[in-house]
Design a protein around this ligand. Structure first.
Ligand code: UDP
Length: 258
């Protein structure tokens, strides 16, 4: 598919025009950033993995009725998506305390929350994406009450689905961030991406981090972590030139008979 002109370049993705009306091309870069752009690197293979993982998650969400912008993946780094106007709020859903919940509110990392917690942050890099309340969103008309309530419920449905998906492959979904956008018919749909860049994913047994915290906290190879997520979801791309990683042989488990 022929790419049109570059419309927007963000930290990890580029949006191009597409030949089709109301559709855009979303390109996944290898760039990684953290701490509001203070830490930067290019990590070979990250874009390919995020493109594939996000395609898998969004197409599965679509199958359970969570409408989103994905039309189809078109190559290793790109997907065709519906054009939307992004709502300037980041929706964060947490199941286990980590990241800013621990650093700002002092909740010990790893604390399992009684129920999923939805937080709202204003999408504004210059201000460092500050957390805002429901009242801010309504007061400044960033969303009306009906849309805000609907998106909040949609976030919980996405969380239920993702928790189940990851639990099935031995991964705990600690938290994640999602963005929504309005289509030309004023319909609100899930947009952007869902990948290890935007989720915290811990191995259920070892609590090994399989997400962007590997980069944030210098915990080793980020690509190996993301590959592990893709491998467990059974979507590791054979054609990619990312080196396969070796896994230790599982220990033999003797099952005791009663
Ligand atoms: N997150 C994201 N983009 C952002 C901010 C957060 O994808 O601009 C994700 C982050 O990867 C984590 C969740 O949202 O999975 C909660 O992030 P937190 O508020 O703890 O922010 P952090 O301190 O990690 O930036």
């Amino acid at each position: 598919m022929k790419k049109g002109k570059k419309l927007y370049e963000g930290k990890a993705k580029i949006i191009y025009a597409s030949p089709q009306k109301n559709l855009l091309i979303q390109h996944f870069k290898d760039d990684a950033t953290a701490f509001n752009n203070q830490k930067k690197a290019s990590i070979e293979g990250k874009g390919i993995l995020n493109n594939r993982i996000s395609e898998y998650i969004l197409s599965n969400l679509n199958q359970v009725g969570i409408k989103n912008h994905l039309v189809k993946r078109i190559n290793m780094r790109e997907q065709l998506v519906k054009s939307v106007e992004i709502i300037p709020i980041e929706f964060i859903v947490r199941n286990i305390a980590a990241g800013s919940l621990s650093s700002k509110l002092g909740i010990e990392e790893g604390t399992v929350l009684d129920r999923p917690l939805v937080e709202y942050c204003l999408k504004n890099d210059e201000l460092g994406d500050p957390m805002v309340s429901r009242e801010h969103i309504l007061n400044f008309n960033w969303l009306n009450v009906m849309d805000l309530d609907w998106i909040t419920e949609e976030c919980k449905r996405i969380n239920d689905f993702l928790q189940g998906l990851f639990r099935g492959v031995g991964i705990r979904l600690v938290d994640f961030k999602v963005e929504f956008g309005k289509t030309s018919n004023d319909e609100i749909i899930l947009a952007d991406e869902i990948s290890p860049d935007t989720c915290r994913l811990w191995d259920e047994k070892t609590e090994r981090k399989l997400d962007k915290d590997i980069f944030r906290k210098d915990l080793g190879s980020l690509v190996e972590g993301y590959q592990e997520v893709a491998r467990r979801l059974n979507i590791l791309h054979e054609q990619s030139n990312i080196k396969p990683i070796s896994f230790p042989k599982p220990k033999e488990v003797k099952i005791k008979k009663k």
